[in-house]
Design a protein around this ligand. Structure first.
Ligand SMILES: Cc1cc2nc3c(=O)[nH]c(=O)nc-3n(C[C@H](O)[C@H](O)[C@H](O)COP(=O)(O)OP(=O)(O)OC[C@H]3O[C@@H](n4cnc5c(N)ncnc54)[C@H](O)[C@@H]3O)c2cc1C
Length: 207
């Protein structure tokens, strides 16, 4: 999978929001140490966490399975724009069938688990879908034969408060391996000067 941070809100916007409450604008150091400490104190320690909602992050995420996608979509406080299988299955239709052990070739379309028995079954499912498409069945009907391993991509936007919740739930050992890997990549993609707001929410994965 690949995770790219496309855009983020600078810390001083959040500090400004907090300072609006106390009218303490004159104490700002424009996103410096004083503002950073203020955000941590108010947003995290005092649990005035709505102030963290002023920080937004826009990610481009690719190479994840639809199994992961459906888990990611459960995080309601976030926005997703997902590659549509209704409009994009032509790319599979236009390729050749994959040999049962052609893991490298098939990995263009499916996420592999590393267990050859599962991955071979996924290739069969991929070839079945491809056959349906080649036989002229429309995307809207053929897509019901999509395997969960089929690769997807999305633009994902989330605020800092919701991202803390996502990271704590999905970095945990009890989460699915693929979404744990995503949580790690998302954390790694954050700007260095923002990571301090999230490090306590990373449960079982560290760099
Ligand atoms: C290990 C693990 C196993 C899971 N297994 C399953 C499973 O078997 N089946 C299944 O269906 N789901 C499962 N889930 C998904 C889980 O139930 C949540 O839907 C998902 O983790 C999103 O969490 P969230 O609701 O906190 O996040 P968001 O939807 O982003 O919500 C963020 C926060 O907003 C608040 N909030 C949002 N909506 C409401 C609301 N309607 N009412 C009150 N407060 C709200 C809550 O404080 C919530 O924490 C699993 C999750 C994990 C981490």
């Amino acid at each position: 999978m690949q995770v790219t941070l496309m855009h983020h809100t600078p810390l001083d916007v959040c500090a400004h929001a907090i300072r609006t409450c106390w009218q303490s604008f004159d104490k700002s150091d424009s996103g410096g140490e004083k503002d950073r400490a203020l955000i941590d104190r108010v947003g995290n320690k005092y649990k005035h966490a709505s102030t963290l909602e002023h920080l937004n992050y826009n990610f481009f995420i690719s190479g994840i399975s639809r199994a992961l996608l459906q888990e990611l979509a459960r995080h309601r406080v976030a926005s997703l724009s997902v590659k549509s299988t209704r409009y994009t299955l032509k790319e599979l239709k236009d390729t050749e069938a994959f040999k049962e052990n052609d893991f490298k070739g098939a990995s263009k379309f499916i996420v592999l688990t590393g267990d050859d028995r599962v991955d071979s079954a996924s290739i069969k499912a991929l070839n079945n879908l491809q056959q349906l498409l080649k036989s002229g069945i429309s995307n809207d009907i053929a897509k019901y034969a999509l395997p969960e391993c089929y690769k997807s991509e999305l633009t994902w936007s989330i605020n800092a408060r919701s991202l803390q919740n996502f990271l704590s739930l999905r970095s945990s050992k009890s989460a699915l391996w693929e979404i744990r890997a995503l949580a790690k990549e998302v954390y790694n993609a954050l700007p260095q000067d923002h990571k301090y707001l999230f490090e306590d929410y990373i449960v079982d994965i560290k760099d």
